[in-house]
Design a protein around this ligand. Structure first.
Ligand code: PLP
Length: 398
């Protein structure tokens, strides 16, 4: 009999991490690997972030801090929200956590009873499912395929949501597809959400990483009545190149924010002061570095899209944000690479890694087995090398 709690039978390691680890293992065995697998921005925080961290080291009180989050961090998040066009929140509506993943865990833990219905549009960020499964929620997937640019449409939402739906997860710009919702699309979804009692978690992690001047639009602005139902989640991981600093923030209805604070008080207590100082500086300071990186990511996006367009049968809904592309490669299934039959996304990604030294994450990790994810936050030379290898691999399919 297992010594672990029953819920651990439902817990599994992240599929993205597994692929990244395989790529790493091959690399350390001496293979030349280009990894498009992990979603880590390849830039460092701006100098003022390090300066704030160093200053905090010199002046760190070393005492326990606030369960909700240091006031200066909460204020910096409010400033960030304001810059993203979201106004009207106060410190009491907020909570900090050890990255967005931790906050998502706390939020689902705080809201969902076992068996409660949660809607998760596909393709999804893998941890949504993993966390919901650990908590034994009833997961209802809403398929948003390549024909819809992987976006949740009002019709699909309407068909899936009901009075018993307790929570919906929504990610914009999206990981894994990098697609962005327009103002009209957000307004149309908000018009559906407002008619149902479900809480909506809006994962805004990539809100600063938007290209082509398309702009970021939020459900709470489209429909002010949704303020009582929408929970905003963010972190400094992606937009500020700080994934290891582990600082996440949320804003939402007070009872929900307070529940997360209570969980913090019984788990993490508070975030480390040095990380808080760095994240505060990132959120409140100059965003020039983020903007420079976004300009670079937009150029890299162009190269990825062009390379994919040159592979017959591959279709890639146009990414306008984050640093991901999710090409539909299903037209290549059934073909062979030498003696290897490419049956599905897993077979494609395995053969691509083994034979061409390129690591991508199979789309089934995100609930979209027609596709694979390319994370293109790589230096240009590596990116071009990886894309050329991918094109060669595809051209060798018979
Ligand atoms: N949400 C999305 C959509 C993500 O892509 C990630 C990280 O990859 C997270 C949340 C978690 O980010 P973190 O815990 O580093 O803040």
């Amino acid at each position: 009999m297992s010594r672990l709690a029953a819920r651990m039978a439902r817990a599994k390691p992240s599929a993205i991490m597994l692929m990244a680890e395989r790529a790493k293992a091959l690399k350390s065995a001496g293979r030349d690997i280009v990894s498009f697998s992990i979603g880590v921005p390849n830039f460092l925080p701006d100098v003022h972030v390090y300066a704030a961290a160093r200053k905090a080291l010199d002046h760190d009180s070393g005492q326990y801090g606030s369960n909700r989050g240091a006031p200066e961090l909460l204020d910096a998040y409010l400033q960030h929200l304001g810059e993203m066009g979201v106004h009207g929140y106060q410190r009491a509506d907020l909570a900090a956590g050890v990255g967005a993943k931790h906050l998502l865990f706390q939020l689902l833990y705080a809201v969902l009873n076992e068996g409660d219905e949660i809607l998760i549009p596909t393709p999804y960020w893998t941890s949504y499912i993993d966390i919901a499964e650990i908590l034994n929620a009833r997961i209802k997937l809403v398929e948003c395929g390549p024909a819809d640019d992987y976006k949740l449409t009002p019709a699909r939402l309407e068909a899936a949501i009901g009075p018993a739906t307790r929570m919906v997860l929504f990610c914009n710009p999206s990981n894994p597809a990098g697609v962005i919702y327009t103002r009209d699309e957000i307004a149309a979804l908000a018009a559906v959400f407002v008619r149902y009692p479900a809480l909506v978690v809006s994962d805004d992690l990539y809100s600063r990483m938007i290209f082509d001047g398309v702009g970021f639009h939020h459900l709470v602005n489209a429909e002010p009545a949704l303020r009582d139902r929408v929970i905003l989640v963010d972190s400094v991981s992606k937009s500020f190149g700080m994934p290891g600093w582990r600082v996440g923030l949320m804003a939402g209805p007070r009872d929900i924010a307070d529940a997360v604070v209570t969980l913090n008080s019984n788990s993490i207590t508070n975030l480390p002061e040095v990380a808080v100082a760095a994240a505060t500086a990132a959120l409140a300071g100059s965003k020039a570095k983020t903007e420079q990186m976004c300009a670079l990511f937009a150029q890299r996006r162009d190269r990825v899209v062009a390379a994919l367009a040159a592979i017959p049968g591959v279709h890639c809904p146009y990414p306008r944000g984050a640093f991901y592309a999710l090409p539909d490669i299903s037209a290549l299934y059934g073909r062979r690479h030498g003696d290897q039959l490419i049956t599905d996304d897993l077979a494609f990604c395995n053969a691509l890694l083994e034979r061409a030294g390129v690591a991508c994450v199979p789309g089934s990790a995100f609930g979209e087995p027609r596709a694979m994810r390319i994370s293109y936050a790589l230096p240009d030379a590596q990116l071009d090398d990886g894309l050329a290898r991918l094109q060669r691999f595809a051209s060798e399919l018979t």
